[in-house]
Design a protein around this ligand. Sequence first.
Ligand code: SF4
Length: 368
Amino acid sequence: MSLEILDQFHDPALCKNVLARLNDTLTGPLRFMEVCGTHTVAIFRSGLRSILPKEIVHLSGPGCPVCVTHESEVNAFLDLAGKPGVIIATFGDLMRVPGSHGRTLKAAQADGARVKVVYSPPDAIKLAAENPDSIVVFLGVGFETTAPGVAASIIMAKRQGVTNFRVLPFHKLVPPALMALLSDDDRESGGGIDAFIMPGHVTAIIGIEPYRPVVERFGRASVVAGFEPLDILQALLFLAECQRDKTPRLANLYRRVVRDEGNAKARAVMAEVFTTADALWRGLGRIPDSGLEIADAYAAFDAKREFDIEIKECPPLPGCKCGEVLKGKLPPNRCPLFGKACTPAKPVGPCMVSTEGSCAAYYKYQVD
Ligand code: SF4
């Protein structure tokens, strides 16, 4: 996209115009959840939050991949990092995410475990090729956005004959988590979620149809939006129009990036390598069919099978309210540890670790 076009999405006059229309359209409180951590940061960074009408209540959702990685899954990473002959390959943002005892991969690395930060799954394949006497395990976390790339890397490793590359698959799928969230949501009590801004990047893969039940079964207006100030204001205007008309609708307002039908090729790669399975989410618990396992045809690349990894549920970190934050039930700055025992320099929970985490965003932008 040219910078000129992007500039239009920051144009103060256009933004003011949409903001005025938003003010005119609202008919009452509108509690909207943005599912994606990138939206959380975009809303704060642009200063939008401070100028939105007071009727609009902003809730952060479970869309930060690192934040929803369960304590038990982090424990499994740590167990694996301690095994002889294993090199863990991971994206950097997992390094400081604590397991159930507060221990992290960074601490394991400091104690001598072989943990390498990589920038892409093919980097992990290269690492495997360079270390033929070790097993390189790539930690597969994230949503539908990262899963196709990880699936493609498994296919690539098979084609290249890299036999010591493995993936530990803890990918998560957004639509089942939204259904689980809404099944437990009480809008009648005055809390709860009225509407959603859906994640742009995830939707670029899955398309908009998986959100249809959010609108038709649960009655929540939903809009796919980009990350510029005008994108977000237009999305809120759409949600306010649904509120005014008392008609929840689904819209894609991010057409410059997201096709309604998503990316069929990326989904085909995922379907070749993965099958759906139940998954554990931090804060949300076990959700049916919300995760991905490696299919039998690619079992040779599955670290779960090779190391017989079983995920055992464990209690949340003492005092950490990430679970409530990820469900939109507690603003981050209402966690008793926020800004005191828990800061970005010394995070207690994953929502303070990741740059997409809502606790880190509240801290960085000093939200009251
Ligand atoms: S402030 Fe820290 S301890 Fe509290 S919910 Fe956020 S990450 Fe967890």
